[in-house]
Unconditional design. Sequence first.
Length: 418
Amino acid sequence: MSVDVITFGCRLNTYESEVIRREAGDAGLENAIVFNSCAVTAEAVRQARQAIRRARRENPNARIVVTGCAAQTEPEVFAEMDEVDLVLGNSGKLDGATWKGLVDFGIERDEKILVDDIMELKETAAHLVDGLEGRARAFVQVQNGCDHRCTFCIIPYGRGASRSVPMGAVVTEIRRLVENGYGEVVLTGVDLTSYGHDLPGTPTLGDLVAKILALVPELTRLRLSSIDSIEADPALIRALAEEERLMPHLHLSLQAGDDMILKRMKRRHLRDDAIRFCEEIRARRPDVVFGADLIAGFPTETEEMFQNTLDLVAACGLTYLHVFPFSPRPGTPAAKMPQVERAIAKERAARLRGAGAAAYARHLAGEIGSRRQVLIERDGLGRTEQFTETALEGAAPGDIVPVRIVGHTRRHLVAEAA
């Protein structure tokens, strides 16, 4: 074994894990397992710790490095584990010099924590990659960090201030990925719609999208990861309406559907803002499909407030839901607010997931008879432009195949080549 990277959390972590694998390998690191952790919930941290213990049992002689957001925000939690050799902060994990130093001077050391102040970082560099191991679509980091302080969120303390990759570097990387055979690229970031405020000329995410589509005409499909709808700029909305190569699938950071809860979360939108955005985009791009992050059981949430969030699924026409029962993160304001009983939060999350399952079932049924383009991800399965999982026989991973939807299994669509 040389370097095995185990990833938790978001698409940005997936992209960064590929950079870690390359930089650590190029530095000569051997017989090592790197855990790229997530700090979004306490459950994510628990899962990482569990995986670390399992990895040590199965690989008693390997060196174990823990990095990522949880390592940045809770380094002592991992340093106290006997299974861990080193805790590495987010600021150093993508730097080849960091990994070269660990190879030259050794991972094992008296001080197991190598974590700098993430708030000191002011720039995000492009990290050119040739592709992502085992994936049919490529992720490209265009932004990192967050300047907002939602009361439930620990991520700004793990990622630092918002900072953007220059447009030219993004275009160069996407062109390289397309030359290596990728037909779809996903733009990723912590707060994607804040892109560009720190760059000369303050370009927007919409400006970046337009530039990519204009300068890389060979790119078949461009997709966005999670966005904050209140920050969507006019150029982005125009691109969604006019550019067929920009996929009609938006995952929205909504979090709640009750105005009082949104204010206590310190979100920048209200319920009507979310509904109005979905209506506007759907009017401009009728085939668009929306997903959303929603939190159940936020502190002070009453049954009436929760019902407003539950009703938002229909009001916005949401199809894909990422539902989280509220998880208090130490160091955040929400952790000090009056808490909803854990059992109630979990029960509300289950109801939200039920509403999401029903919405997804309606979407699957509504797709029968339509014609789509499916990107094959692995043998027999791919995704449409709307990101709906689709079964199709006889195509190879990476192919984009025109299909007709002939049925569904309640979990995915069934298609035949058109």
